[in-house]
Design a protein around this ligand. Structure first.
Ligand code: BTN
Length: 277
């Protein structure tokens, strides 16, 4: 299948060059689309192979977590979705956390600055949101996971809406001259390594690596605006562990924010932004 709005060239090279460089079975780079996650799901239903990837310059219906919209800047942000076909039915709640860990590892390696994660799937740089991950699973006769990743690469502060400007960041704002192609290559590499692993639960090694990148760990948090206790890490099934009055609860949903954090002030305006809480 070819999309009518498919590009032949991107970031100074042919799409075929990037497909080979990133070792992907299929790569579509689109001038625009609704949501790259929807495109990958359509391709998955047409039997596309694992790691089939769609990138778009512009999304007209980009989705974020919690049903929010995701808005990028054409030519500056990366909208990237890839298909995972787990060999066994994985713990689908653990999968997004495992993906986040792989993305954090890859971006830390590429950028040389520690990337942190805010449960479940915010990617933080210097305490601000650099990007987000939206994993959408389809179970049934065939189980697959569409991994959608949005990364702010070339934006200046002025590219972000005023209501999120103090909480969002980009690769360029961190003073790094790293291209969208380099970021996409790092993400493709992260997912390639990950696709070989299909353990049901997060392993002890993964949990200990997560503890190093968990931006919430040890902080007082609120869930959906209500004080919830102190974040105590992630469970093997990917839930957020919260301690209150001496007992530990595993939280599997809700909008979490840490109190007194750069990335946590309440929104003043409409939260149709970059999933900032
Ligand atoms: C979040 O809310 O933090 C997750 C944002 C995920 C955005 C990406 S951009 C590529 C892919 N396509 C979408 O519609 N969403 C994801």
């Amino acid at each position: 299948m070819r999309f009518p709005q498919e590009l032949e060239r991107w970031e100074g090279n042919t799409v075929e060059h990037w497909r080979r460089a990133w070792n992907l079975p299929r790569l579509h780079i689109l001038e625009w689309t609704g949501s790259t996650n929807d495109d990958v799901r359509t391709l998955a239903q047409e039997r596309a192979p694992q790691l089939t990837t769609v990138i778009a310059e512009r999304q007209t219906a980009g989705r974020g977590q919690h049903g929010r919209s995701w808005q990028g800047s054409p030519g500056k942000s990366l909208h990237f979705s890839a298909l995972l076909r787990p060999a066994e039915t994985p713990a689908l709640t653990a999968t997004p956390i495992r993906v986040g860990l792989a993305v954090a590892r890859a971006l830390t390696g590429l950028l040389g600055i520690d990337i942190k994660l805010k449960w479940p799937n915010d990617v933080l740089l210097n305490g601000r949101k650099l990007g987000g991950i939206l994993c959408e699973s389809t179970t049934g006769r065939e189980t697959f996971v569409v991994v959608g990743i949005g990364v702010n690469v070339g934006q200046d502060a002025a590219d972000f809406d005023e209501d999120i400007r103090d909480r969002a960041t980009s690769v360029a704002m961190a003073g790094l001259g790293v291209s969208r192609a380099a970021v996409a290559g790092a993400l493709a590499g992260a997912l390639t390594n990950l696709s070989a692993r299909s353990a049901l639960e997060l392993s002890a090694d993964e949990l200990s690596e997560l503890a190093h990148v968990d931006a919430l760990l040890g902080h007082d948090i609120e869930i959906d605006g209500t004080p919830a206790g102190v974040a105590r890490g992630i469970s093997p099934l990917g839930a957020l562990l919260v301690e209150k009055n001496g007992s530990l609860t595993a939280i599997s949903g809700g909008t979490v924010r840490a109190k007194h954090h750069a990335f946590s002030p309440r929104l003043r305006g409409n939260p149709s932004d970059q999933g900032l809480d």
